[in-house]
Design a binder for this molecule. Structure first.
Ligand code: DP6
Length: 338
């Protein structure tokens, strides 16, 4: 038996578009901050059959859709394939119990937390005979959800669009992207104040969205910009230069949303409320010289990253936004066995 917990992460340099959709091999590098709450806990036990039970934050049973069950099955199958490349025979059937503390409707996708916790559980089940490295666990997480690879580490984390040097030759494509830590959570305590405008329309999920990225005429230009942005973002983190971080993170988030908007079909995740909040944050920042930056994923939710000094003012600002749900979290330590 093995139990793990994990959390979501929010990207500063976004992952959007794959070079291989089935294996979730990204088209470029990305970089995120792992959050410390809310968490997902996954318990895995050897069983006669592969099975999954899932529970919501309030303890009620969650009925999984066929698509969700298929995704979990596929993840296990890909994990077996990957472990096979490491000469590990992982034919165990596992009963998984997923308990999510992530309230629905706060605009935090749970897939990164879920798949990083499952990767941790699979690794835990074979740890005695075959201990895996953190990078290898991140590859397993990635096979379920690309961004989940980054939740395997705490602090600031890059998802590298290449195999680790010692795996390149033996593992081929399946190991072709892994996560690595840029700086631990103790390096720079940043907060994420999350503003969730009322979610009206139904969104196209990231998995379908990644597959459309290549239809945008802006996508190739975006890919060319990523190496520079990764470097600037890494430098900003290592030197704790908030202004530099703000410039590059906002440039990248807005660029990703332009790629989404100009893809076929057009994906418009940002709502009028999102733009309103962005404008207000910009005005507030100019007025009060606050260390705060905004970033948005595949939805209208605005993440306001800020320093300890700016937190109080940013929190009040967030609570003033009418009709919005506000949730507060900060940098965290990533997935682990419990
Ligand atoms: C916009 O990791 O959610 O949040 O592999 O289909 O689960 P799947 O995609 P996912 O994509 C994340 C997209 C993003 C940007 C990011 O987190 O980097």
């Amino acid at each position: 038996m093995s139990t793990a917990r994990s959390t979501a992460n929010i990207a500063l340099i976004k992952y959007w578009g794959n070079r291989n959709n089935e294996l979730r091999l990204p088209a470029a590098d990305s970089l995120s901050m792992t959050l410390d709450t809310p968490h997902v806990q996954v318990l895995g036990e050897e069983a006669d059959q592969f099975s999954i039970e899932s529970f919501e934050a309030d303890g009620s049973r969650k009925i999984l859709t066929k698509q969700q069950i298929e995704r979990l099955r596929k993840h296990r199958e890909l994990t077996m394939q990957y472990l096979h490349t490491l000469d590990i025979d992982f034919r165990k059937n596992v009963a998984l119990t997923i308990r999510s503390q992530i309230p629905s409707g706060i605009g935090l996708a749970s897939s990164a937390a879920v798949f990083s916790a499952i990767a941790e559980v699979f690794a835990g089940l074979i740890a005695e005979e075959h201990p895996l490295t953190r990078e290898q666990i991140s590859v397993i997480a990635r096979l379920g959800s690309g961004s989940a690879a980054r939740s395997v580490f705490g602090g600031f984390v890059a998802l590298r669009n290449r195999a680790t040097s010692n795996e390149q030759t033996s593992n081929g494509e399946i190991a072709g992207a892994f996560a690595e830590q840029i700086a631990p959570e103790s390096h720079w305590v940043l907060h994420d104040i999350v503003i969730v405008p009322s979610l009206k329309e139904k969104k196209i999920g990231s998995t379908e969205g990644h597959a459309l990225a290549g239809t945008s005429p802006l996508f190739q230009d975006r890919l060319k910009e990523i190496p520079r942005r990764m470097q600037e973002c890494t430098d900003a983190i290592l030197t704790k230069d908030f202004e530099k971080l703000q410039r590059v993170a906002e440039e990248d988030a807005l660029d990703m949303h332009e790629v989404m908007r100009t893809s076929t079909p057009s994906l418009q995740y940002l709502s009028e409320e999102t733009w309103h909040i962005i404008r207000e944050v910009e005005a507030l920042r100019t007025r009060d010289h606050l260390e705060v930056l905004y970033t948005m994923d595949a939805g209208p939710t605005v993440h306001l990253f800020c320093t300890e000094d700016a937190r109080e003012v940013v929190r009040s600002f967030a609570n003033e936004q009418k009709g919005c749900t506000v949730f507060e979290t900060k940098i965290g330590r990533g997935s682990e066995l419990v």
